[in-house]
Design a protein around this ligand. Sequence first.
Ligand code: HEM
Length: 471
Amino acid sequence: MHGVPHLLSSPSRSSAARASLTDTARVLGQVLLPLVARGLVKRRPRAVALLARLDADHRSVRCLQRVRARYGEGPVLLRLPRPVALVLAPDDVRRVLDQTPEPFSAAAALKVAALGHFEPGAVLISSSEDRPARRPFNEVVLEAPAEVHSLAGPMLAAVQQEADSLLDGAARTGEIAYPAFAAGTWRMVRRVVLGDAARDDEAFTDLLGRLRSRGNWGPLLPRREGLRREFDARLRHYLDAAEPGSLAGAIAGEAARAATGERTEPAQQVPHWLFAYDAAVIAAFRALALLDGAPEAAQRAAAEAEGAREPARSAAPTLPFLRACVLEALRLYPTTPALVRQSTAPTTWPDRRPAGGPPVPGPAVLPAGTALLVHAPFAHRDDERQPWADALAPELWLDGAARGDWPLVPFSAGPAGCPGRNLVLFTTSSLLARLLADHELRLLTPLRRGAQGQLPGTLDHFALRFAVRPR
Ligand code: HEM
């Protein structure tokens, strides 16, 4: 099979567990189709609404639980023309993410096709040759390990001013709905990434939006090179201006220049930062919705927000509880629901087939070129194994013991894990702090919960609306 017959015919190894045609069809319909339908790169509002009505992510989790019961913890190969395997065991999730890019490349073919529409030189879809020139640059400019970015001062000013404009708008209308929230937070994002001059340049991020929409179609649509050149030229304008206090300014700084080599392509890294901030906007809005039905957490969030506005404070606060709320929004509703890797060599796995099946000769082998899918909603919300699967549980992020060794991976993990994690958590928690310090946000339509109070599997952020009242 696929170039490694010598391994598979070896008496001490076996082919990995393989789903039947019927089960493959179920996985296609209940797991893969919803991922593609919602939009891999840019969410489609109507598809998200439909998937929320169907509670699609709960269905996906149940489908993968059935696969696990039938074939073991895998990896389980699907019966498709190309090798695609489901990664179900926590140890395997960790292994696949930790052993990136070799033998598990992040530049899986579908991802390259989707993101190539607008960021062909981004680190995430770079070859193993180019990755070492790009990853350090991203880490340096985004200050990956720092809880609070060194540009916290100007960033915080942008976050707080845009939060105040949102509250001004809400004072007029009495509510905040997603379109207004997204428009306001995108002004913040453009300032943080490109500088204050970009604040109102909606046309620029709309251009990126059009390219991202094409990205949803991956290899099925040709790239629009003209549109991309137009986008790149406008981006170049902001990068040349290198406004101090923004990430564009940081790119021109000494540390970034020291991390820039011939193959880095700094301008090709920035579209990803803008694109990825969309997830932060969505997560912050969902965090507000989750607090609505959780009075204890809401009180704690409000107390932290109030503490953060004390004028005596000189340094930017780290806001651990609000960060945990954003992380919970991302655990419950991961904005990257499919972490995909592609193996660059044959890989060997412990045999994890269920007891009672036919005996197997030894460890399982997956051929080189296998696409491995880590389904984040399954990893995060497996209610057969995790008592907190469907509840708001910020303590998971505050207390290592509460979480055990579950691979909760909204930001992925390992060498290709998200270097923007801390920046996202800093900006979103600061935004929530400003919104909640003096105001109470109540959902106009409460979330639809299960009989035991379980949160919905899929949450349509486009439809969320809050009544806003001064506290
Ligand atoms: C809530 C917001 C975000 C989430 C949940 C998130 C999550 C992720 C995930 C899951 C990956 C790995 C994707 C994969 O393996 O296919 C990733 C990669 C990455 N993210 Fe984020 N991200 C967010 C925002 C950001 C922001 C705002 C930036 C930059 C400002 C950023 C920069 C990156 C970069 C550069 C990579 C590629 C890393 C590599 O391939 O080495 N992310 N992110």
